[in-house]
Design a protein around this ligand. Structure first.
Ligand SMILES: Nc1ncnc2c1ncn2[C@@H]1O[C@H](COP(=O)(O)OP(=O)(O)O)[C@@H](O)[C@H]1O
Ligand SMILES: [Mg+2]
Length: 253
């Protein structure tokens, strides 16, 4: 199995935000995790990406335990999280944001190479390769038309897509997305869906969280539902969405 977590728990003082969660993700899957606000979704992704250290439990990536490792080490190993609302520099262009993300990635990689799954270029060489990758990422994210626009003039949908694009500069093998569709209009959600399916077609594995069920229900191969930090259902999206515990959680009963 590409990725596996078992017994993952995170306590904040008196509150258990993630409670004994176990699941696995197979190569090439799109896994959707949903649950109402406050159900522990962002905490779960932050634990996986290394922004938080679990209280107990294991996170295994390609056979190695990574729980408690630093975010940059986890990212360099191929597990990258996008932010719900990316922090952008309003004066810098879309392309400049990608180059910054790429430089940070090269720096943290400290010289070691990994065979690129997404890009055909040999990514071990800096400079020109970084630009080539930025162009490929722009194409994948349908951001070519905004390449030279400053972040300050982007629509909210373009801002969020730029957050995804910056994560892609790190060459993730497992991409973790925190509510990528939130705040988007229907046409933006449709193009997001095309981009995410395209990434999967390029060999990427995706784990997406959302509190709304519509978008993820269509996109995900497998679904997991969280409630009060615990996994309450797992299966196909249709199975999970018809699960009585899931329905009760959403209706607040
Ligand atoms: N750093 C923190 N310190 C204390 N409590 C937190 C912290 N982060 C999240 N929580 C709490 O953990 C619970 C789950 O939060 P979160 O993971 O953000 O949920 P979701 O992303 O599903 O909305 C919430 O009750 C939230 O208030
Ligand atoms: Mg959240």
């Amino acid at each position: 199995m590409l990725f596996e977590i078992s017994g993952l728990t995170k306590r904040f003082d008196g509150l258990t935000a993630v409670s004994d969660v176990s699941f696995s993700i197979a190569q090439g899957d799109i896994v959707g995790i949903f649950g109402p606000n406050g159900s522990g979704k962002t905490t779960l992704l932050s634990l996986i990406a290394g922004m938080l250290t679990p209280s107990t439990g294991r996170i295994v990536w390609k056979g190695k335990e990574i729980q408690g490792h630093k975010p940059h080490d986890i990212a360099a190993a191929g597990v990258v999280k996008t932010f719900q609302n990316p922090q952008l520099f309003s004066e810098l262009t879309v392309f400049e944001h990608l180059m910054i993300a790429g430089h940070l990635m090269l720096k943290r990689r400290l010289g070691w190479r990994r065979i690129a799954t997404l890009f055909n270029t040999d990514t071990g060489q800096a400079g020109g390769d970084l630009e080539a990758r930025a162009r490929e990422v722009l194409r994948l994210c349908r951001l070519e038309g905004s390449r030279d626009q400053t972040a300050g003039v982007l629509s909210y949908g373009e801002e969020k897509m730029l957050g995804v694009a910056m994560a892609l500069m790190c060459e993730p093998q497992l991409l973790l997305l925190d509510e990528p569709a939130s705040g988007l209009g229907q046409s933006e959600i449709d193009s997001l869906e095309i981009v995410l399916r395209d990434l999967r077609a390029h060999g990427m594995t995706l784990c997406i969280i959302d509190h709304k069920v519509g978008f993820l229900g269509k996109l995900a191969d497998r679904a997991i539902s969280l409630h009060h930090g615990a996994k309450i259902a797992e299966g196909t999206p249709a199975e999970v969405l018809s699960n009585e515990h899931v329905i009760a959680a959403y209706l607040g009963r």
